[in-house]
Design a protein around this ligand. Structure first.
Ligand SMILES: NC(=O)c1ccc[n+]([C@@H]2O[C@H](COP(=O)([O-])OP(=O)(O)OC[C@H]3O[C@@H](n4cnc5c(N)ncnc54)[C@H](OP(=O)(O)O)[C@@H]3O)[C@@H](O)[C@H]2O)c1
Length: 226
């Protein structure tokens, strides 16, 4: 399967990319951190492709689509994984710039990727889009209002898109569970350490994501716990 994953520099995106490559799938990934992306690029063969792309920049995502289409073709599965977390604080104390940046990545970034790659998938008549949501896309906690707002948006966007996609295409909002990544550390500090590592999570999540399809279209899905 040809799998496109945004945000492969670290965390869940990174372990998904590595696991799918090891499983014989073709992986196309992006992230902003040059060191991580070049590390991935030069550590794999040319059937895979890793690019430095900021999903918040629509024009860069459009160019990414053009070059990926030319070299590797249209993906079968898109995993919109890239996201950022706000520094925990009351909403009225959140700097405007931080709020805007978070929405630019977590919401507009998902749109930018779907806007670029979606038409070719619809034209081909197959494809699955999985948008990483969160428990904080379905319930809320204090101090993380910007992140909650973005993930509620991902849920709504995904469900509306699901109603638009012709059968057998599908869009699924996916809560990955709670995993000890840099993002969780930012939200919860040392408490994050008690949760499963990305390496543990991916053993269940990677096959679980591959079986998502039309039966799950528009459904708020959660990766099963260990
Ligand atoms: N960990 C959890 O417990 C948890 C729970 C619920 C939901 N989630 C969701 O799961 C997904 C992955 O989270 P994670 O915990 O793995 O986070 P993470 O460790 O912070 O990784 C986030 C990834 O997104 C990339 N990224 C951020 N901004 C980007 C941008 N503008 N363009 C391209 N890539 C960008 C980062 O790479 P660069 O910095 O190189 O760009 C990194 O590879 C996110 O959607 C998150 O909201 C996670």
């Amino acid at each position: 399967m040809k799998i496109l994953i945004t945000g492969v520099s670290k965390g869940l995106g990174r372990v998904l990319a590595e696991t799918y490559m090891a499983g014989g799938h073709q992986v196309i990934g992006c992230g902003r951190d040059p060191e991580s992306i070049l590390d991935l690029r030069f550590g794999c063969d040319e059937s895979h492709r890793f690019d430095i792309v900021d999903v918040a920049q629509a024009n860069k995502v459009d160019v990414w689509f053009e070059t990926v289409d030319a070299s590797h073709g249209i993906p079968d599965l898109i995993i919109n994984n890239a996201a950022i977390m706000n520094q925990p604080r009351n909403l009225w104390e959140v700097p405007t710039k931080e709020f805007h940046q978070l929405i630019d990545v977590n919401v507009k970034g998902v749109f930018n990727v779907i806007r670029a790659f979606g038409p070719a998938m619809v034209k081909r008549g197959t494809g699955v889009i999985v948008n990483l949501s969160s428990g904080w896309g379905r319930t809320t906690s204090p101090q993380v209002a910007p992140y909650c707002a973005s993930k509620f948006a991902v849920e709504g966007l995904s469900q509306a898109l699901a109603a638009e996609l012709p059968d057998p295409l599908a869009c699924v909002p996916l809560n990955p569970g709670i995993i000890a990544t840099a993002m969780l550390q930012q939200a919860w500090g040392d408490e994050a350490r008690q949760f499963p590592s990305p390496a543990e999570w991916v053993t269940i999540a990677a096959p679980f994501i591959l079986q998502l399809g039309r039966k799950d279209n528009g459904q708020p899905v959660t990766v099963p716990g260990p």
